[in-house]
Design a protein around this ligand. Structure first.
Ligand code: ATP
Length: 489
């Protein structure tokens, strides 16, 4: 697939220039893999978040939402397996001191081989197959040998002077409370690396207080933190990011059909945004976590190729059983529905289907899908524009109101239009610069509608509407503006 680095760089630059995303604490040269959302980015992000939240909690009457704390009791992460297992194999170059994730180092070498034509591509394929086999066996000595045998170099020092491979835990930890000391093991807390555990530990609270009946789901949106070793690719892989997760609790034995349901349902959600289906594909996991029954990723064709945007996992009763064991609190549900023999199903620990999507990654998806460079040249004049073709419901600004001139009462009429619409959706007022320039600026922000107030407006109460994607213009009454925009939301 097209690995379009120029396009990716253009998107990153556009995000900064138009107030979508800035490097974190940029005046101090930024912080690696941490980003801030600007005035337009935070609106777009909020709209994606709301769209997910509404589709989960409002459109499914058996799913409720919670908002758990980022800090959790440290035993949570023992029980979940994150303290012992949430790690990536990594290797350091002794000369440059640069640290690499082993699979990323080998993959980068394979990419270089592929550039060498057919023979190189074959070699790359074999290298990746060997890597997969060794990773599956967690054979780190074998992986080190593979790096040595292929003379894989560090991109900074250019040498092959490597340390042994070690596991590196991805969780951030910090001290808790004023009296915390390093001897006090209880004072160590983690920044959650996923939001899911906040749902599992609240399973009974929600089930009981909400009188939820299986099957039901609990959704949550919130920050997660991972000390990613190789944190590049803009907001694709961040150290602080946001997840939108839903755990769906089902009766054991029904997990297969619910997994299939959520796998299809989640892809439908993506397609409901009007995105070309050929840009999506499923990637079924072959290597499963020991507790997992089935798992797949929904992949999207980002500028750097097909990559995971969302995971759907059939997790058995692993998490709730672990929390039951570590907390010594029963995590059971009493099911009084009747089985085939007319007996209640009784007590059991529910099975779980998880859907987990990164909000920032979804933002990148929407941005890269929307970003369009158009050549508008005519024989007379060279011209082009950059337009963000966001679905109207996600666009940060829905309507721009533009008086043609800064006089003759036109700004006053434009302000009135603003006032009548801004309670319903986000509007933007602009009177500076020529109208063509203002349209282009709105294109670059992805605003689906611009209305221009001109002298004719004073005579017949109509305005010119200019549509972002087609650039078509039409005349409509002021009284029809609001309904026109709302019809697209
Ligand atoms: P990857 O293989 O890309 O590291 P993962 O399989 O570890 O991802 P999960 O733990 O399943 O990811 O997390 C669910 C979702 O959270 C991912 O599909 C992705 O959208 C998002 N996500 C995970 N890690 C990051 C990150 N470092 N930055 C941004 N989003 C992330």
């Amino acid at each position: 697939m097209a690995n379009d680095n120029n396009r990716f760089q253009a998107i990153i630059a556009h995000c900064k220039e138009y107030g979508f995303i800035f490097p974190s604490s940029e005046i101090y040269d930024g912080l690696s893999a941490v980003y801030d959302y600007g005035q337009n980015g935070s609106e777009l992000k909020k709209n994606i978040r709301d769209y997910w939240w509404k589709s989960m909690t409002q459109l499914h009457d058996n799913i409720v939402g919670i908002d758990a704390a980022i800090f959790m009791h440290p035993t949570t992460w023992k029980a979940s397996g994150h303290v012992d297992n949430f790690s990536d194999p990594m290797i350091d170059n002794k000369d440059s001191k640069k640290r690499y994730r082993v699979d990323h180092l080998i993959e980068a070498h394979a990419d270089l081989l592929k550039e060498k034509g057919e023979a190189g591509a074959k070699e790359a394929e074999q290298l990746l197959a060997e890597m997969d086999a060794l990773l599956a066996k967690e054979d780190y000595a074998g992986l080190k040998q593979l790096i040595d045998d292929n003379k894989i170099k560090c991109s900074v020092s250019g040498t092959v002077n490597w340390t042994d491979i070690r596991q590196f835990n991805l969780m951030f930890s910090t001290e808790f409370g004023a009296t915390a000391s390093s001897e006090d093991a209880d004072s160590k807390v983690y920044l959650r690396p996923e939001t899911a555990q906040g749902i599992f530990v609240n399973f009974l609270n929600v089930q009981k207080t909400g009188r939820m009946k299986i099957p039901f789901g609990i959704a949550q949106i919130g920050k997660a933190f991972r000390n990613e070793i190789v944190a590049r690719q803009f907001i694709f892989r961040m150290r602080e990011f946001e997840q939108m997760e839903m755990q769906f609790f089902v009766r054991p034995g029904t997990e297969g059909e619910w997994y299939k349901f959520w796998k299809e349902e989640r892809l439908k959600w993506h397609l409901s945004l009007g995105i070309d289906p050929s840009k999506y594909r499923y990637h079924d996991h072959i290597k499963l976590a020991h507790y997992a029954k089935e798992a797949c990723d929904i992949e999207f064709e980002f500028p750097m190729g097909f990559r995971e945007v969302e995971g759907i996992h059939s997790r058995s009763d692993f998490d709730l059983s672990q929390h039951q064991q570590y907390s010594k609190k029963k995590m059971q549900y009493f099911d009084n529905d009747l089985d085939a023999n007319g007996k209640p199903f009784g007590n059991y620990i529910p099975y779980v289907i998880e859907t987990s999507i990164g909000l920032d990654r979804m933002f990148l998806l929407i941005m890269s899908n929307a970003y369009t460079e158009e050549d508008l040249s005519t024989p007379e004049k060279a011209d082009s524009r950059v337009v963000l073709k966001f679905p109207a419901k996600l666009a940060p600004i829905k309507l721009a109101v533009l008086p043609l001139l800064k006089k003759d009462g036109l700004p006053e009429i434009a302000r009135e239009i603003m006032n009548s619409c801004k309670g319903s959706f986000r509007c933007f007022y602009e009177e500076k610069d020529a109208i063509g320039k203002r349209y282009r600026r709105m294109d670059a922000l992805g605003t689906p509608f611009c209305v221009t107030v001109d002298h004719q407006t004073k005579e017949d109460n109509t305005v010119t509407v200019r549509h972002r994607d087609s650039m078509q213009q039409e005349r409509i009454p002021i009284s029809a503006i609001k309904a026109m925009v709302e019809a697209q939301l």
